[in-house]
Design a protein around this ligand. Structure first.
Ligand code: DGY
Length: 322
């Protein structure tokens, strides 16, 4: 029987959906643990599977593909990011790799705005005052944040999510600048202006990161980039942690050069750089930018549709382009 492995419980009956989509009986095994599926268990369980639904925490490399054996036809990553997948190894093993673009764009863009507003308006500090029962009174200078409306937003990385963040900026009457390395995709957000990186860093009041994690974007934001930002810049990252040198970011925040940072992703998740945790001007969330019930269900459905397509001998809906 065709057999599928799912490395984490999903908010969808994967077996029922796959049977419905393929019309064949499919055996689905889901890792039942509350935590990550340990690597050695993944290697043991993947053998003989036709498909596997992986999380962004599962490393898909030559070792895994070899262990899986020749029946494996598709790795369906339950994420849009795919830095956990060795695409050339997939190609060598004739295994299709897919991801879940589009369905998580809105949730991730919304979460980016949540971080911009929370960090810019000191929402978490205010919440902490109230929860601690700290005495306070209204005062002209109490917990002053940064105005968002009318400011300049710099978006680094202008794929689907970066563009969705730009569209939401219209409500805040902002000047929107964007920087992207890829010139071949249509950039269709009215009012958003392609801008060289140096100019974007120098002009933006808020900088938000929407780059993919690749060798070229590793520590893309380091000491030099933070120094090039305007004093008082608000920095947000909902893309991948290793795009940012967290030591350099901590220094820029501690010195007061940056006003604040809103971060959903970290270089060594689930570990968070100690200084980022200690600083009062950071808002830190545990990689939840796509975490809405609707989006997570849509991601599961898309992963299943990709698997069904490949098992049915068709092209997957959202193959990862290498
Ligand atoms: C992704 O899909 O890459 C996100 O980081 C998951 O939330």
């Amino acid at each position: 029987m065709t057999s599928v492995l799912v490395t984490r419980r999903l908010p969808t009956d994967v077996a029922a959906l796959l049977r419905h989509l393929t019309g064949i009986d499919i055996d689905v095994e889901t890792w039942p643990g509350a935590g990550l599926m340990p690597r050695e268990k993944l290697l043991r369980k993947v053998a003989g599977r036709a498909a596997v639904i992986t999380m962004l925490t599962d490393r898909v490399d030559a070792e895994l593909l070899e262990t899986a054996g020749p029946d494996l036809r598709i790795v369906a990553n339950y994420a849009v990011g795919h830095d956990n997948i060795d695409l050339s190894a997939c190609q060598q093993h004739a295994v299709v790799a897919t991801n879940t673009p589009d369905v998580l764009t809105a949730a991730t863009a919304d979460a980016t705005w949540a971080l911009i507003l929370a960090a810019g308006r000191r929402i978490v500090e205010g919440d902490a005052v109230q929860r601690a029962g700290t005495p306070w009174s209204w005062a002209p200078d109490f917990l002053l944040g940064r105005e968002i409306t009318g400011k300049t937003l710099g978006i680094v990385g202008f794929g689907r999510i970066g563009q969705a963040v730009a569209r939401r900026a219209a409500g805040f009457e902002m000047t929107v600048l964007f920087h992207t390395a890829s010139s071949n995709r249509a950039r269709t957000v009215p009012g958003a202006t392609a801008t060289p990186l140096a100019e974007l860093l120098a002009r933006s009041d808020i900088i938000t990161v929407h780059l993919p994690a690749t060798a070229a974007t590793h520590h893309f934001f380091g000491r030099q980039e933070f120094a090039a930002m305007k004093p008082g810049t608000l920095f947000v990252n909902t893309a991948r942690g290793n795009i940012v040198d967290e030591g350099a970011l901590s220094e820029a925040l501690a010195s007061g050069h940056l006003f604040a940072a809103g971060l959903d992703v970290f270089e060594h998740e689930p570990h968070v750089h100690r200084r980022l945790r200690e600083l009062p001007n950071t808002v830190l969330t545990p990689h939840i930018a796509s975490a809405t019930s609707e989006t997570r269900a849509a991601m599961a459905e898309l992963a299943c549709r990709n698997i069904a397509a490949v098992l049915n001998g068709q092209d997957p809906l959202t193959p990862i382009q290498s």
